[in-house]
Design a protein around this ligand. Structure first.
Ligand SMILES: NC(=O)c1ccc[n+]([C@@H]2O[C@H](COP(=O)([O-])OP(=O)(O)OC[C@H]3O[C@@H](n4cnc5c(N)ncnc54)[C@H](OP(=O)(O)O)[C@@H]3O)[C@@H](O)[C@H]2O)c1
Length: 322
């Protein structure tokens, strides 16, 4: 039984704890918050016995094997390094950190300690994404030429909302853009060249961003993300012999459509709770003694962070303290 600690009992940690109830081989044994009351409320809701009113105490808990870091991205590096230094494995929410330098320090710490670390890009582990990789790998749509993907919604302006707060690493690029960018990276590898435009709003975060990525062998990625504008939230992967379409929401589909010379095939890939697959993957990796997942490697996280850094430099997006 793998014993989990949860750091940051907010929205996604709640989803995670619900998913854990469907998974064999693991349980949440401790939760840490900045407040005893919030740790207690989460503990009561999910039947977690050990509650901490500070994040450092969780690092000292000898009964915790792996920590799920579900705090805002502005503190992912500090939190992940805290737990890795204490000898815990870490599953860290996306984006892995604010920039590639921070991700590198997390990766260095994990590798120094021989510990497991993974960015929680849950899309990668969903049945529809596994089916997509199989379809593309089988050559049914030929040589990949173009990946178009976007993820954006219109969030009413609220300077206190996490996504509008620069001090928490908000904005569309890091929080939502990570999904279309990871799709391009999954299918095409990391880009050789990027051009981007963005709109920085009054709170200093990117409200819209669009980027064109040039990948090796001539393939392009076209990506958009935003927090002030509704987007299609779909993806379209075009090859020389056909197309794969991912319906909304492209980061958590339950089906894909393949259009090729053989006709049109709808591949259904339903799930009850999408986060369970990343938990299963952590359990599988830990049982196998792996320190990273072959489906979401640390080099992938470093490469993604480098792409996002380049885009941020082009659109003038800086976070406080960087
Ligand atoms: N995988 C996904 O689908 C998905 C979905 C949403 C978000 N995320 C990612 O998960 C992370 C958390 O997002 P969320 O939507 O769960 O956020 P949230 O609801 O605001 O929760 C974040 C938690 O972090 C803790 N925290 C610690 N320091 C904080 C600070 N300075 N300001 C605010 N909260 C702080 C808070 O707990 P205490 O105050 O109790 O300490 C809070 O409950 C982000 O990195 C986000 O990108 C992933």
């Amino acid at each position: 039984m793998i014993r989990w600690g949860v750091a940051g009992p907010g929205g996604i940690a709640t989803d995670f704890a619900e998913a854990m109830q469907l998974v064999d081989g693991g349980e949440i044994v401790a939760v840490a918050s900045r407040s005893n009351e919030r740790a207690d409320a989460f503990g009561d809701r999910f039947g977690i016995a050990t509650r901490y009113g500070d994040y450092a105490a969780l690092a000292e808990d000898p009964d915790v094997d792996v920590v799920y870091v579900a705090t805002p991205q502005s503190r992912h590096e500090a939190d992940a390094v805290l737990y890795l230094k204490a000898g815990k494995h870490v599953l860290c929410e996306k984006p892995c950190a604010l920039n590639a330098q921070q991700v590198q320090r997390m990766v260095d710490e994990a590798r120094r300690g021989g510990l497991f670390l993974m960015e929680a890009v849950w899309s990668r582990f969903l049945p529809a994404y596994r089916a997509l990789v199989d379809v593309v790998g089988s050559g049914r749509v030929g040589e990949l030429l173009l990946v178009e993907a976007d993820f954006g919604f219109s969030l009413p302006f609220d300077p206190d909302h996490r996504l509008y707060r620069a001090d928490l690493g908000g904005g569309g690029l890091l929080d939502l853009g990570i999904y279309p960018f990871q799709l391009c990276a999954l299918l095409l590898g990391h880009p050789e060249h990027v051009v981007a435009e963005g709109i920085i709003g009054q709170t200093g975060v990117d409200e819209q961003v669009a980027a064109v990525l040039r990948h090796r062998a001539g393939a392009l990625g076209v990506v958009k993300a935003g927090i002030t504008v509704g987007m299609s939230c779909t993806a379209r992967i075009a090859g020389s012999e056909g197309v794969v379409e991912i319906p909304a929401f492209m980061h958590c589909p339950t089906s894909i459509t393949v259009r090729s010379r053989g006709g049109v095939e709808e591949i259904e890939a339903p799930w009850e709770h999408g986060l369970r697959f990343e938990i299963d993957e952590v359990h599988r990796c830990l049982a196998a003694g792996l320190t990273e997942s072959p489906l979401m490697t640390l080099d992938e996280s470093l490469g993604l962070a480098a792409t996002l850094d380049e885009i941020r430099a082009q659109i003038g997006l800086r976070f406080p303290g960087e």
